[in-house]
Design a protein around this ligand. Sequence first.
Ligand SMILES: [Fe+2]
Length: 206
Amino acid sequence: MPASDMEKTLSDYRQLLAKIEGRKGVANLAAYLEKHGLFKAPASTKYHLCFEGGLIIHQVGVTKLACKLRELLLPDTSEESVILCALYHDAHKVTDGYGHSTYDKNNTTTSEKQPYFWNTRQLNYSGGHKSALLISKFVDLTQDEVQAIAYHDGPYVPSWEDIKGDPYPLTLLVHYADMWSTWVVEKGRTKKYETTFLQDLKVELF
Ligand SMILES: [Fe+2]
C-alpha cells in the first residue's frame, strides 16, 4: 500500500482516538497496543488485509462506518462508546495481553498464499472475548460495551448462541460495521460491476 495511504489511516486513527482519550484508561490502552504492534499487525493470516498495517486500516474503516450507523440507528448511544468498541474490537489481533503477539510472519515459500501464521503460544481463548479481556485491563467497560466487543463476530462464531436471544443494539451495530467493512469495503465490492453481476444473475434465473 502507498505510504501516503498509511499516513492518512494513522491520521484518521489519531483523530478518532482523540475523541475518546479523555476516558479513563484509553490513553494507556492505546499506548500498550501501539507498543505491541498495533500499526504493524495484519488483519488476518490469509483472508482480509493480510499485510503489515492491515489491522489498523480495518479498525479505522470499521469505526468510521460504526459512527455513520450510530447517527442513523443509535443516536442516543454515546459516540465515545461506539468509537471505543469499534476501534479496538480486534485488539486481540495485536496481542493476547500476556506477552504474546497474535501473528507470526510466514517466512517460508508458502508466504504468498498465507503471509502470516497464528501464534500458537498465545492465550487460547476466543478472539472477541480476548479483546474484551484485554481492553478491560485498562478501561472500565459498561455492560453493553463488553458484549459488543466480546460478540462482535456475531453468528460467525458458535458463542453467538450465548446471546442470540438478547443481543444489545451496540453489539449488532459493531458487528454490522465489521462485516460491511470486511466483506464489502475492503474487497472493493461497492463498485457498480458487482451490482450488475447480481442483476445479470437474476435475469438468467428468471
Ligand atoms: Fe474486525
